[in-house]
Ligand binder design. Sequence first.
Ligand code: NAP
Length: 397
Amino acid sequence: MVIPVAHDFICPWCWIGLSQARRLRAELGVQFEWRGFELYPEGMAWPPASTAEKSNRPPTPTRYDLALAAEGLEPVKGPPGMRTFRAHQALEYAKAKGVGQEYLERLYEAYWKQGLRINDLPVLKFLAAGLMDDLDELEGAVVDQRYRSEVVVFDDPAYAAGVYNVPTFWIGGERYAEQPYSVLKQAVIAARGDSGATGVYAGLDFNIPKDRPFVFINMATTMDGKIITGKRDEPVMDLGSKADHATMRYLESCADAVMIGAGTLRATPNIRFDDRLLRIVVSRSGDLDQSHAFFKAPRVATLGPSDTADWPRTLSMLKEKYGVGRLLCEGGSELNASLFRAGVVDEVFVTQTAKLKLGKDSPTIAGGEAFPRESVERWEIVSSKQVGDEVFLRYRR
Ligand SMILES: NC(=O)c1ccc[n+]([C@@H]2O[C@H](COP(=O)([O-])OP(=O)(O)OC[C@H]3O[C@@H](n4cnc5c(N)ncnc54)[C@H](OP(=O)(O)O)[C@@H]3O)[C@@H](O)[C@H]2O)c1
């Protein structure tokens, strides 16, 4: 998915927008097409300096202060009063050379963090070093205004293009201007067609612990708590509805890595995950068919008994070595039990279907060894929502 974004380097809201775009790219794998909209083109006067008198009122945060804080960004101040036409020309040249995203990031960082005047040619060339081969050609493109028609200026031309604020993200045919991250993320998910899931767990945002990933489990059960429909070594995709499957994909989109037990792997020949996710399988025997669809992915890791004997250590390794901030475990019963026993599960998502399976040996969400009465754990329900004949439950430890 490629999302067009109307932006201008000097707009403080675009500094937030860049951070949001980075997160959307990391979490949902979307790409961005940055379109230059110049806020203060040649001839447009700068806004007058504020003449508000100091009052005795304690200061309250502005909408921008709140948006910065929500994005976890430090307050920053770029150099004042700058036109950006040449910077946009240079970015268009970088896009034509296939390094648009990298150059855009450099320009924003240079402006907002170092206070550089990024509309000056020497600065534009300095920031292009190592990214583009021919800096004289870059200069030529800027001086000749080769991409003049690509840059839209405020006010009227921008308004005619439907842009009243920067950033404006176009997602699924709608415009999103100066919106919080959760709104953008939800819009992307809805636009991608995972809409069955959107009403259930909208805009999930997890607090990642310092020393390990945030660990969450997602499972579907029958009304009698079983997690299978056929036999234990068979797939179970016929248990949940389309809404459940969409929810599963949505939860995967909220993760950096997905982990399953070898039993689930063997039982599900047609398993599929987005290639963005690190795939992790846990096995004691090491008896894993390497031709399985699971292994046809750029990033796969296998954990053995020495890893799972010390989950806290292994989880912190996953965070440090693989950059896993949010780890989704999709079962089965034995792997879940091992994580619960180690006390490393933060949340559990359960889709309870209105189906009945029976069977004293049919697995449930977690098998393993039972807790004694005095150690039975209490969890809290974060949310519960009925969709059709299913209840979507979210628990927190
Ligand atoms: N309803 C749902 O949401 C859902 C979700 C997932 C799975 N399922 C179903 O659940 C069934 C599979 O569940 P399951 O409990 O039998 O299997 P499982 O937990 O997926 O896998 C068990 C196997 O994983 C390995 N393993 C598990 N914990 C381990 C640990 N702590 N250390 C090292 N290895 C570990 C072992 O592999 P080795 O055998 O290689 O030693 C073990 O035999 C399947 O029928 C599947 O379709 C349902």
